[in-house]
Design a binder for this molecule. Structure first.
Ligand SMILES: [Fe+2]
Ligand SMILES: [Fe+2]
Length: 222
């Protein structure tokens, strides 16, 4: 007996444990990000929908879609290693672009209304037809998804990313103007009107939640 097989086995176990720990760390990070992002998008989408004159029931559905729209990303944690760089690899982009459909398919198993599911599925469609999953354009994109998209883009820009600091509100709005072809202009203009109002700024502040790793581990029971 040389002992080599045991060492190899031990190494394999250590590697497996390290891999699992990395995966858990990734998932905790994504869950933390996902909850914060969901709360901010839900609140901004709801406020924007009220200002655009939607009925109470539709506002509620949109807030729900806003909270849940990226749930599919959590299922992709294991495929998205090495995100601390500015650009995702082609493979990672491919997976990333599946998340709207994955969110939709996951939520469809539960009792969500069709308009919630449809908004989730369409939240990355772009007004000019350059979005995903189906390159829908203009009014073929459900109105709710066009509203959510504006709130979603803004929420992402004012949040910190592994590869960049958070943008301030004015810079975020400037960046959105550069990408206006992706959005419904009427929705964006209302968003631009509301964004500096005290009510909106207060809502953004109140949407910030503090969750540390131990909270998440407690939630997950690990
Ligand atoms: Fe998304
Ligand atoms: Fe999002």
């Amino acid at each position: 007996m040389t002992g080599i097989p045991e060492n190899t086995e031990q190494e394999q176990m250590q590697n497996a444990a390290a891999h699992q720990e990395e995966l858990i760390a990734n998932m905790i990070h994504d869950l933390k990000d996902g909850l914060s992002h969901g709360i901010l998008v839900a609140n901004l989408t709801g406020l924007l929908a009220v200002r655009l004159g939607l009925e109470e029931r539709d506002v509620y559905s949109l807030k729900l879609a806003g909270f849940l729209h990226d749930v599919g990303k959590l299922k992709l944690s294991q495929y998205l290693y090495g995100r601390n760089t500015e650009a995702l690899s082609i493979e990672q982009v491919k997976y990333m672009r599946m998340h709207a459909k994955i969110s939709h398919d996951y939520l469809r198993q539960f009792d969500f209304e069709d308009d919630v599911l449809e908004t989730v599925l369409r939240h990355h469609e772009c007004y000019d037809g350059s979005g995903y999953p189906d390159n829908l354009s203009g009014n073929d994109i459900p109105y709710g998804a066009r509203i959510l998209k504006v709130a979603d883009e803004f929420a992402a820009l004012i949040s910190e990313r592994p590869y960049r600091r958070a943008f301030d509100i004015d810079t975020a709005v400037d960046i959105m103007i550069e990408q206006i072809k992706n959005m419904d202009m009427r929705v964006f203009l209302e968003f631009q009107r509301m964004i500096h109002e005290p009510e909106t700024l207060k809502l953004i502040e109140e949407s910030k939640i503090q969750l540390d790793e131990s909270d998440i581990r407690a939630i997950l029971g690990i």
